[in-house]
Design a protein around this ligand. Structure first.
Ligand code: MN
Length: 289
């Protein structure tokens, strides 16, 4: 754990552009979840394609998991706050994702994988983020890595804000994963009541927060639990400042837009319709395994 004593001062903070409630849905073999970042926001939040939040203590909501299914053309980042999930894929990777751990998978040219809960009761809570790949990397070799909770770099500020750095760099602390081109920043921020927290963000990057406990304010806008706040792309703003009116936990995600065409068909995200047909054809003829 790193202690950051110097206060980050920004010349100007971004504000909240809009608040998003998310859509209750189910996926896989019937896992209940909230789709926070839906297709309609893919352009606005480029390079991010999807954010699902799941959280339940009712095993019926999660027990069936996500049996074998394919992906091509992007990366999936699963952050498990609580629970145990077993992953297996056609590239030969297997891992157990649990409390505080992260699984980062680059689907690239294609994997078939399963994500199955390894618990019969208790809470399962976390997030799955889809991060797009640039056109020239969509057909890259699949890549996979599990990070246990202990492997996620953390720091604590002078105001007792704890920050877990899953990807990118925040206040000089490098996260578990770095990526060129999309330069994702993925933070889990825990603020005690009354604390504020600032982190730098390049003003070209699209960014959002999702509050999962308590509430925070960004400027004059309050963001309650289970809400996403899309951060403004204010020219000249050099980061964001969050103020906790009560104990709060949130994820903060930012990335550099690709500005490339996005064509999605379910678990395939490519740049053209032809590439989608190719993905369906390759999957149908067993060329993913
Ligand atoms: Mn999947």
């Amino acid at each position: 754990m790193n202690a950051i004593t110097e206060k980050t001062t920004l010349s100007q903070s971004r504000s909240i552009d809009r608040l998003i409630e998310g859509v209750a849905t189910s996926d896989g073999a019937g896992v209940k979840l909230t789709r926070v970042l839906t297709g309609k926001l893919q352009r606005r939040l480029d390079p991010f394609l999807m954010l699902d939040a799941f959280g339940s203590d009712d095993p019926d909501d999660y027990i069936a998991g996500f049996p074998d299914h394919p992906h091509r053309g992007f990366e999936t980042v699963t952050y498990m706050l609580s629970g145990r999930m077993r992953h297996r894929d056609s590239a030969g990777h297997e891992g157990l994702l649990e409390n505080g751990g992260v699984q980062w998978m680059t689907a690239g040219r294609g994997v078939i994988h399963s994500e199955i809960p390894e618990q019969e009761d208790g809470v399962m809570e976390g997030f799955q983020l889809w991060l797009n790949l640039p056109a020239q990397r969509k057909m890259t070799e699949p890549w996979y890595r599990d990070f246990s909770s202990e492997e996620i770099p953390e720091y604590v500020t002078a105001e007792n804000v704890t920050v877990r750095v899953i990807a990118g760099v925040s206040n000089g602390v490098a996260g578990a994963v770095t990526r060129e081109v999309t330069e994702p920043l993925y933070l889990d921020v825990h603020l005690p009541a009354g604390a504020s927290f600032s982190t730098a963000l390049p003003d070209t990057h699209n960014a959002f927060i999702y509050v999962y406990r308590g509430a925070v304010s960004v400027g004059d806008t309050r963001v309650e639990a289970q809400r996403m706040g899309v951060l403004s792309n204010t020219p000249g703003a050099d980061g964001v400042t969050l103020n906790a009116t009560q104990d709060a936990r949130l994820i903060l995600i930012a990335g550099k837009p690709l500005n490339e065409p996005i064509v999605q068909y379910g678990p395939f995200v490519m740049n053209t319709q032809e590439e989608i047909h190719q993905a369906l054809d390759d999957f149908g003829s067993g060329r993913f395994a």
